[in-house]
Design a protein around this ligand. Structure first.
Ligand SMILES: *[C@@H]1O[C@H](CO)[C@@H](O)[C@H](O)[C@H]1NC(C)=O
Ligand SMILES: *[C@@H]1O[C@H](CO)[C@@H](O)[C@H](O)[C@H]1NC(C)=O
Ligand SMILES: *[C@@H]1O[C@H](CO)[C@@H](O)[C@H](O)[C@H]1NC(C)=O
Length: 158
């Protein structure tokens, strides 16, 4: 009887804890031109519209996502109405793609700054061969592309 009560408490506690876990529904970045950024993320990176747009006091926002059920959090783009500078903010989006070379070519064709190409680089103090491509989006946010084959489907991706 006593053991049963203890178990019940444990089960209840676990359930309550799980229910309190947040989920990352969307990550939002400030952009300088909502039309241009929406176009870039949809036409170059394959994001689709969720149909959600918000015109609120301080910004206009559009919520995009990658197609598919397990494609990560939504990406919201916000254009602030006070015209604040959003250039080269210290933020990075990590994307897993079928072919990093295709993305590298695409970023080059868009005239974007390439920060990293596949090759040997220092990682955790060791020269390591990395497949990673990094480029800056039209506002300077870093886009990191890694092969889909390195995505851990049984974990959170890492
Ligand atoms: C924003 O981007 C669109 C599409 O690229 C362009 O037509 C428009 O002139 C830009 N607006 C400003 C204010 O630069
Ligand atoms: C990494 O490679 C560079 C270029 O070959 C070399 O100069 C450097 O000493 C290497 N660093 C380590 C930690 O092995
Ligand atoms: C993949 O993720 C699972 C769960 O987080 C973890 O146990 C496992 O070690 C990961 N595998 C690799 C190869 O990183």
């Amino acid at each position: 009887m006593k053991l049963q009560s203890l178990l019940l408490v444990a089960v209840t506690a676990t359930t309550t804890f799980a229910a309190q876990q947040p989920i990352l529904g969307a990550f939002a970045i400030g952009v300088s031109n909502l039309t241009a950024s929406t176009d870039f993320y949809m036409n170059q990176l394959g994001f689709v519209s969720t149909g959600q747009t918000f015109d609120v006091a301080s910004y206009n926002e559009i919520v995009l996502k990658l197609p598919g059920a397990s494609s990560g959090s939504a990406l919201a783009l916000m254009q602030f109405k006070d015209g604040r500078n959003v250039e080269k903010q210290a933020a990075k989006l990590m994307l897993f793609v079928e072919d990093v070379d295709v993305m590298l070519k695409k970023m080059e064709d868009n005239g974007l700054e390439i920060l990293a190409r596949p090759g040997v680089t220092l990682v955790n103090g060791k020269n390591t061969t990395m497949p990673t491509v990094m480029a800056r989006d039209p506002d300077g946010y870093i886009l990191e592309f890694n092969p889909l084959s390195t995505f851990n489907t049984s974990g959170t991706g890492f």
